[in-house]
Design a protein around this ligand. Structure first.
Ligand SMILES: Cc1cc2nc3c(=O)[nH]c(=O)nc-3n(C[C@H](O)[C@H](O)[C@H](O)COP(=O)(O)OP(=O)(O)OC[C@H]3O[C@@H](n4cnc5c(N)ncnc54)[C@H](O)[C@@H]3O)c2cc1C
Length: 285
C-alpha cells in the first residue's frame, strides 16, 4: 500500500529536529528505523503532515559505558547492541532481551528511541527499562528532561513524550558483575512479538540469598509491569526449586491480562508463572 503524502525534513542537530516538531506540533512525526512508523503510515494509522528523519543525528547513535551504567543513544540500533562486545559484561540482561527482538532485517534498522516511543506493550526494551529502573532522556522546545521508565509508558502505544519532544537516550543503571538474571519469553514463532516475557535479576548475598530482586513482565497489560509482589517474595530467600515454584504462582496471581485474538487472559496468566520459574532457573547458571 502506498504511503500518504507528507513533507520530509532531515535535520542535522537535535535542536533543529525539535524546532521542526514544535513548528508542526501534533502534525509531525520523528522517523528512526521506520520499522513501526512506515507500516503505520501504510495502514493509515498515522498520517503526519511532516516526517522528521533523525538519521543524520550521529550524536544519538552512541553507546556509552561507564561506572554509572549504560547510556544508549536513541538512534542506536538493535544490531549495534548485539555487536557491542562491552555490553555482554556491562548489561547482559539487555543483550539477552534484544536477541529476542523481531527478525534479522528488522534488528538492522530498528532503534532504541523508536521502540521506546512506539511503546508496544509486548516490546522487550520497554520491559527491560522498567525492570531495571532506567531513565529516558528527552529534548524538547522547553529544554532537556529525564523521565523514569515507570512513568514514561502510559498505555498501549502511548508515552509521556510531548509532541515537540524527541528521545535522546536511555540510561540503564550500573550492572554489578556477579548479578544473577534471567530473560525468558514465549512467542508463537521466533521473532514475533512475545505473548508474554519476563526479565528478572537479583544480587546473591554471601549465603546465596536474593537481594535487590527485580521482576518485570511484558505482554500482560497496556504497558510493561514490575511484579513487586514477586520481588518481595524473593527478597532474602534462597532460590531453590520450591521458591521458584512459589514465585511462579505469585507472578500468575499478580497479573490480570485480558483476552485478545492471540491468547486468553487465563492462558497468559498461567504462562507468566511458567516464565518466571524458568527465568529463575536460568539465573542459577
Ligand atoms: C515484523 C515485525 C516484528 C517485530 N517484532 C518485534 C519484537 O519482537 N519486539 C520488539 O520490541 N519490536 C518488534 N518490532 C518493532 C521493531 O523493533 C521497531 O524497530 C521498533 O518498535 C520501532 O523502532 P524504529 O526505529 O523502527 O522506529 P520508527 O518506526 O521509525 O518509529 C516508531 C515510532 O517512534 C517514534 N520515534 C522514533 N524515534 C523517536 C525518537 N528518538 N524520539 C521520539 N519519537 C521517536 C516515531 O515517530 C514513531 O511514532 C517488530 C517490527 C516488525 C515490522
Amino acid at each position: 500500500m502506498k504511503l500518504p503524502a507528507f513533507e520530509y525534513a532531515c535535520p542535522t542537530s537535535v535542536s533543529e529536529a525539535v524546532a521542526l516538531l514544535a513548528a508542526h506540533a501534533g502534525e509531525a512525526k520523528a522517523l528512526a528505523g521506520g520499522q513501526s512508523l512506515v507500516p503505520m503510515l501504510a495502514f493509515r494509522v498515522a498520517a503526519p503532515t511532516l516526517i522528521v528523519d533523525l538519521r543524520k543525528l550521529g550524536e544519538l547513535r552512541r553507546i556509552h559505558v561507564d561506572d554509572d551504567g549504560v547510556r544508549l543513544g536513541a538512534m542506536v540500533r538493535w544490531r549495534d547492541i548485539l555487536d557491542d562486545a562491552r555490553l555482554k559484561a556491562a548489561h547482559p540482561l539487555l543483550v539477552e532481551a534484544v536477541g529476542h527482538v523481531a527478525h534479522y532485517q528488522i534488528r538492522n534498522r530498528g532503534t532504541v528511541g523508536g521502540s521506546l516511543a512506539h511503546a508496544d506493550p509486548a516490546a522487550e526494551l520497554p520491559g527491560i527499562a522498567v525492570t531495571c529502573e532506567a531513565t529516558v532522556a528527552v529534548a524538547g522546545k522547553a529544554g532537556a528532561r529525564t523521565i523514569k521508565a515507570a512513568e514514561f509508558f502510559t498505555g498501549t502505544l502511548t508515552t509521556a513524550l510531548k509532541p515537540d519532544e524527541i528521545i535522546t537516550a536511555l540510561h540503564l543503571p550500573r550492572w554489578p558483575a556477579p548479578r544473577r538474571f534471567g530473560f525468558v519469553e514465549f512467542a508463537r514463532r521466533r521473532g514475533d512479538f512475545a505473548l508474554a516475557a519476563t526479565s528478572l535479576f537479583y544480587d546473591a548475598d554471601t549465603s546465596g540469598r536474593a537481594r535487590n530482586a527485580r521482576v518485570g513482565a511484558i505482554g500482560l497489560a497496556d504497558r510493561p509491569l514490575r511484579l513487586t509482589a514477586v520481588e518481595a517474595l524473593l527478597e532474602g530467600k534462597a532460590i531453590d526449586a520450591a521458591m521458584m515454584e512459589k514465585a511462579g504462582a505469585a507472578a500468575s496471581a499478580a497479573v490480570d491480562p485480558v483476552d485478545d485474538i492471540h491468547a486468553s487472559g487465563a492462558y497468559r496468566r498461567a504462562l507468566i508463572g511458567t516464565l518466571v520459574e524458568r527465568a529463575l532457573a536460568a539465573a542459577q547458571r
